[in-house]
Structure formats: structure tokens, C-alpha cells
Write a protein that binds this ligand. Structure first.
Ligand code: GRG
Length: 299
């Protein structure tokens, strides 16, 4: 990895890791956060602050910096995206979904805090994400841009995004798992949040419609490739992704086209992602490298 990308990603990671707990605690006194009779803050903190790669905030920043947006505008919206992601992991792990025993190499949230609190923690993170965007609109981000982000994140979370993708994933058996169906599932359950993250950066940097479309195409392809790599890693060795699940294997491209076919697909998607950046020339070097980094990741 180039030094420039390494520096950017570790800067984003530490900024996000130190900002997330503050955003979560918004308005709560330390006493309330640590009240042993109130079990929800600890569950929400564990869901949000357990050690994730912070890939989506990285994408917000890389796309934002392409258009000259500063950290002061990017940080809280990037944290809002991470909140939705963290909520989705807690829900995905529930016994009624993937029935995971571990996540990020630790016991799944519901295994420690119970299913009831895991659901409430996820709800808390979802509503907090939109609260964070509202507050950004009252401080660092123009109100119209903040509303734009709210709308994009809502779309990425609902019937065009995560929730729909997960529902299709849960209800698609091997017999229905056509190429198109798998593409829809992956585009919604994983791609949509990548697209929202990249759009966040572009909107905050004042990108024009055509630039926004290019960034969206990049993120859609990277998101699909990311999910396929996740499935490849999980097939090779479940401990690599830090998640172990009891649910019978979900519909994946790895099952549909085999490991080699899936690897080829990842290569093609990454190529399409990079092609989408052509209009930006050398300015998009870090985003290009980011796509390759995610393609070649081993965890
Ligand atoms: C939150 C509104 C809302 C709905 C959630 C449960 C659900 C609906 C969707 C499931 C989406 C899901 C878990 C998709 C898998 C995406 C994926 C590959 C996750 C792993 O992402 P990483 O590797 O994880 O970035 P870390 O742990 O590094 O953050």
C-alpha cells in the first residue's frame, strides 16, 4: 500500500474511533452512560466500538477529498455511515438471521447482551445515525446538504438497500439464486452502503451530477466485489472474517459460480470500478488504490 493511502486510512480510523463514542454519548451525562441499571448504553457501545476496519468511513473521506471537502465536514457524516453498518452487523448476527456466535473475533453482541438488547442497540445506532446528520446540518454542513445525506442514507438502509438485501438473502434458496438475483442481493445488502458512503464524500465536496454518477458507479462495483471477497474469505477460513455463523450457507456467488469464477468476478468488478474514475485522472489515485486494496484483502 502506498504511504499516502496508509496515512489517509489510519488518520480516518483514529479520527472516527475517537469521535464515535462522543457522538453516541450525545447529551448523556457520564453517570447515565455508566448506570448499571441502564443496560442499553453498554450494548450500543460494544456494537459500535468493537474493532472494525472502518472501510466505509474511509470511502467517505477518499471520495470527499477527491472534491476538496475538509475533515471538519466529513467526520460526523462518516461516523453516521459507520453507525448504520454497526447496526446491520448486530442484526445480521441474531439467531433469527445468520445466527452468528462471533463477530469481529469476539462473541456476537446478542451472546453477551441478549437478543432483546442487541435489537435495541441496533435501533439506537440507526436513529443516532440520523440524529448525527441532523446535528451536522446545524453546525458543519449546509442544511440542504445534510438533508441530502439523510435522504441517501435512508434509501441505502431501507427498501432499496440493506434491509431489502438482507430480506432477499434470507429468503433466497439455492434454486432461486440466479446471477441477477445474487447481484441484486449483494448490491442492496452491501453495495448500497458503499454507494451512500462515496456519495456522502462527493456531496460534501460539492460534486456535480456527472461526477456524482461516476463516484456512484465506482462504489457500486467496489461494494459488490467487497461482498464476494467476504464470501471467499469465509469459505476459505471463517476465522479470517471474525464471524462464525450457524445458518446454512447463504446464497453467494462463490456457491453459484465456484471459487475461481468468483475471483474472476472480483477482478472484473474492480476493473469497472477503476474505469469509472477515468474522468478524474490522477486526482483519483487513492480511490483506485483503495479498490485494489479491498480486492486483495485477507481479512
Ligand atoms: C441497519 C437499517 C438496517 C438494516 C440492516 C441485517 C441487515 C439489515 C443487513 C445485513 C447487511 C450485512 C451484514 C451485509 C454484509 C456486509 C459485509 C461484507 C460486512 C462486513 O463488513 P466489514 O468487513 O466489517 O467492513 P468490519 O467488522 O470490518 O466493520
Amino acid at each position: 500500500m502506498s504511504q499516502a493511502l496508509q496515512e489517509t486510512l489510519s488518520r480516518v480510523r483514529s479520527a472516527v474511533d475517537s469521535r464515535l463514542p462522543k457522538l453516541l454519548a450525545h447529551g448523556l451525562s457520564a453517570g447515565l452512560l455508566e448506570d448499571p441499571r441502564d443496560p442499553l448504553p453498554a450494548a450500543a457501545r460494544e456494537a459500535l466500538l468493537s474493532p472494525g476496519k472502518r472501510v466505509r468511513p474511509g470511502l467517505v473521506f477518499l471520495a470527499g477529498e477527491l472534491f476538496g471537502a475538509g475533515e471538519d465536514r466529513l467526520l460526523d457524516p462518516a461516523c453516521a455511515v459507520e453507525m448504520i453498518h454497526a447496526a446491520s452487523l448486530a442484526l445480521d448476527d441474531l439467531p433469527s438471521m445468520d445466527d452468528a456466535t462471533t463477530r469481529r473475533g469476539r462473541p456476537a453482541l446478542h451472546a453477551v447482551h441478549g437478543e432483546d438488547l442487541a435489537i435495541l442497540a441496533a435501533m439506537t445506532l440507526v436513529v443516532r445515525a440520523f440524529g448525527v446528520l441532523a446535528e451536522a446540518g446545524l453546525s458543519t454542513v449546509r442544511p440542504a446538504a445534510a438533508l441530502d445525506l439523510v435522504s441517501r442514507l435512508a434509501d441505502a438502509s431501507g427498501l432499496q438497500g440493506l434491509s431489502s438485501g438482507q430480506a432477499l438473502d434470507l429468503r433466497t434458496g439455492d434454486a432461486d439464486a440466479s446471477f441477477d438475483r445474487l447481484e441484486t442481493i449483494h448490491a442492496r445488502k452491501t453495495g448500497a452502503l458503499f454507494v451512500a458512503a462515496a456519495e456522502f464524500g462527493a456531496v460534501l465536496g460539492g460534486a456535480r451530477a456527472r461526477e456524482l454518477a461516476a463516484v456512484r458507479s465506482y462504489a457500486k462495483n467496489v461494494g459488490l466485489a467487497f461482498q464476494i471477497v467476504d464470501d471467499l474469505l469465509e469459505k476459505e477460513d471463517p476465522s479470517r472474517t471474525g464471524k462464525q455463523a450457524r445458518r446454512a450457507p447463504a446464497p453467494t456467488f462463490v456457491r453459484h459460480v465456484g471459487e475461481e469464477g468468483a475471483r474472476r468476478l472480483v477482478g472484473e468488478l474492480t476493473l469497472h470500478a477503476v474505469e469509472a474514475l477515468e474522468p478524474f485522472g490522477a486526482r483519483a489515485a487513492l480511490l483506485r488504490e483503495f479498490a485494489s486494496l479491498l480486492r486483495d484483502r485477507s481479512a
